[in-house]
Design a protein around this ligand. Structure first.
Ligand code: GTP
Ligand code: MG
Length: 202
């Protein structure tokens, strides 16, 4: 897919105030600092489009980016960031869950996972929550440039094994690096394919 246009449109704290189009929305989510905003910039090839930071907790709103006037990228805050305090965390969780559980236009959750880490409880629980609510998701492993081929092969194998304890079937899985551009074609082709399916249905 060619990205002809990618522009920031609006930020919200409430899913009800998000854009009213019926275009498909792909929401990027995952633990704070996992690389959501960086990946959005890599996919769109627009460097400063989504704000990134070395410090976790940069994105605190629901951010809509219009792509090609056809679909939306939604940048969400990271979950599980402790330094904002308990009430801050609860507020963020309400914002994230409000969007994910209520937003009709939400087409697929793009769940980002740091490729260097072993399976984390918070991510596995998040997937369970998505599954229980019938929300489609894909897994995007991030920061592939930070580990060797060999380490990645071992981590990936272990992760798949862990997923198969919970799930009969694996979701679509992508290996990415925002730094190197790894996985860009694959992720965009996936989105393109889902968008095409939706067009046929409508
Ligand atoms: P929050 O908005 O705080 O939840 O974080 P985020 O998930 O949007 O992460 P962000 O894109 O801001 O990136 C966090 C840090 O990881 C930054 O310092 C990025 O430069 C770094 N980073 C993100 N993706 C990659 C990657 O693919 N490779 C490397 N080496 N660093 C990355
Ligand atoms: Mg961010």
């Amino acid at each position: 897919m060619e990205i002809k246009k990618a522009e920031y449109v609006i930020s919200n704290t409430d899913w009800r105030k998000c854009p009213t189009t019926n275009r498909p929305e792909y929401a990027f989510i995952g633990r704070s600092n996992v690389g959501k905003s960086s990946l959005i910039n890599m996919l769109t090839q627009r460097k400063g489009l989504a704000k990134t930071s070395a410090k976790p907790g940069k994105t605190l709103l629901i951010n809509h980016f219009n792509v090609n006037d056809e679909w939306w990228i939604v940048d969400l805050p990271g979950y599980g960031y402790a330094r904002i305090g308990k009430s801050g965390l609860e507020k963020l969780n309400r914002l994230i869950n409000g969007y994910i559980l209520n937003r009709e236009q939400l087409t697929c959750v793009m769940l980002l996972i740091d490729s260097r880490l072993e399976p984390q409880k918070i991510d596995l629980e998040f997937m369970q929550m998505l599954g229980a609510n019938g929300i489609p998701f894909a897994i995007l492993f991030t920061k592939l440039d930070k580990l060797s081929q060999r380490q990645w092969a071992a981590n990936f194998k272990a992760y798949q094994k862990r997923l198969l304890e919970d799930w009969e079937e694996l979701p679509p899985i992508f290996a990415t690096s925002a730094e190197k551009g790894t996985g860009r074609d694959e992720v965009l082709a996936f989105i393109d394919g889902v968008n095409d399916e939706l067009k046929v249905k409508n």
